[in-house]
Design a protein around this ligand. Structure first.
Ligand code: AMP
Ligand code: MG
Length: 407
């Protein structure tokens, strides 16, 4: 019965599975937050500058504000204007004003000559050359024009975006709500990492690694613990997840064993859009919707759960967050050693990519078995290896998803 149930699902191409998931994703509702609490959030509105920047003509150097129609003649210094002080009256012909960087220019001045090109003699300053109109100061609106769009919806807020909001006096901003993502592990064999391990048990690593992936994506993880391999326990915990979260992620129980319950439960409760993917590691990846919520049934093997999260779940969470860019950057990389393709599935192999002699070179992170979590440690890329029978020789170029900073 279980065999038949699993085989009912067509083996989808990776892109087809991704499209089916995308079709069920839309940005969550918005809320307003203070600009300095928006780090990592996705903007739900464009931000415009209410006034030009800089808002007044300001000295770009320490020096003397002058009128260029006086040429190279010495100037009588009539004022000292420090940053933060208001400029006194206009400069008359033959006059100059000492200004520090950031100070406003007095009216009439049309240049600032830097102090290094001057000599002070009492209240007179001598110039080494004739200043040019417009030099040595920042013009009104030079950085940002009034009303100009400075940030766009769909951008993830980082340090520069927070600075832009501060400098423009934009004190609160609309962002999308972060998805709450409930994470459940399934399996009679699982124990908590801090529990004593029994003879045939293993420690639950998937829930912790997946929750960390959820948090790293900018969403809010919620632990549902471990469900034993009985339908009632799966159902109770999955119901709790659907009640409290926007997204439910399970791991294990999606392949063809006789205790693999996830697909049947989801089929009874909602619509299973993806049941099998021509993908390695993680062919039994399952995606369903139940009452408008997204459910991902990740395969149990630790590498499979993290790689399917990366390729299928992470972009979906970013879509819920309203992000414009949801894909990892792609690059063509050169294999440092041969790679063996899967005969019938696109394989996402873990690798460490680094810049070497003008190229991105990928070194595999050891044996690529789906139970070997160490193959994820130190990896900053997933190499996309098309199905085939012949090994790709060292030096071949393949496409890669860059999942972390280049080492
Ligand atoms: P399953 O798909 O449930 O048969 O699980 C496949 C393999 O992944 C089995 O060897 C499980 O013991 C292992 N596994 C399942 N869930 C977890 C987990 N949460 N942490 C670590 N290994 C797991
Ligand atoms: Mg299991």
């Amino acid at each position: 019965m279980h065999l038949a149930a699993a085989a009912r699902y067509p083996l989808l191409a990776v892109e087809e599975a991704q499209e089916r998931i995308t079709a069920q994703c839309w940005p969550l509702a918005t809320e307003r937050v203070r600009f300095d609490a928006a780090l990592g959030r996705v903007l739900a509105e464009d931000v415009r500058a209410p006034e030009p920047l800089p808002p007044f003509r300001s000295a770009a150097v320490d020096g003397y504000a002058v009128r260029t129609d006086d040429g190279a003649a010495p100037r009588r210094v009539v004022a000292e204007i420090l940053a933060g002080q208001e400029a006194p009256g206009p400069l008359a012909p033959g006059e100059g004003a000492w200004v520090t960087t950031g100070a406003p220019l007095p009216e009439g001045a049309d240049a600032v000559i830097m102090v290094e090109q001057t000599t002070r003699d009492g209240d007179v300053v001598l110039l080494a050359r004739a200043p040019q109109p417009g030099e040595g100061f920042h013009h009104v609106g030079e950085s940002v024009g009034a009303g100009e769009s400075v940030l766009e919806r769909g951008m993830v807020v980082g340090p520069a975006e927070i600075g832009i909001m501060a400098t423009n006096g934009v004190v609160d901003v609309a962002v999308h709500r972060r998805p709450v993502v409930a994470v459940l592990s399934t399996g009679d064999e699982l124990v908590e990492p801090d529990e004593p391990r029994r003879l045939a048990s293993i420690r639950d690593s998937n829930r912790y690694a997946v929750m960390a992936s959820v948090a790293a994506t900018g969403a809010l993880p919620l632990s549902l613990g471990i469900a034993r391999d009985v339908a009632a326990e799966h159902e109770a915990k999955m119901r709790a997840g659907l009640e409290h979260a926007d997204v439910l992620i399970t791991s294990g129980g999606v392949s063809m064993g006789n205790r693999d319950l996830i697909k049947e439960i989801l089929e009874a409760w909602g619509t299973v859009h993806v049941g099998r993917v021509r993908f390695k590691p993680g062919k039994p990846l399952t995606f369903a919707t139940v009452d408008g919520k997204l459910v991902f049934g990740l395969p149990g093997f630790p590498v499979s759960s993290l790689v399917t999260f990366e390729v299928f779940v992470r972009p979906a969470l970013l879509r819920l967050m309203g992000a414009r860019v949801v894909e990892r950057p792609r690059a063509r990389v050169v294999l440092a050693q041969p790679a063996k393709p899967s005969p019938d599935r696109t394989e996402y192999q873990r690798a460490a990519v680094r810049w070497q002699d003008g190229r991105l070179v990928a070194t595999a992170t050891g044996v690529q078995a789906s139970h070997r979590l160490l193959s994820m440690v130190g990896a900053n890329a997933l190499l996309i290896i098309a199905p085939g029978t012949a090994p790709l020789p060292a030096g071949s170029e393949v496409e890669a998803l860059l999942t972390g900073p280049l080492g």
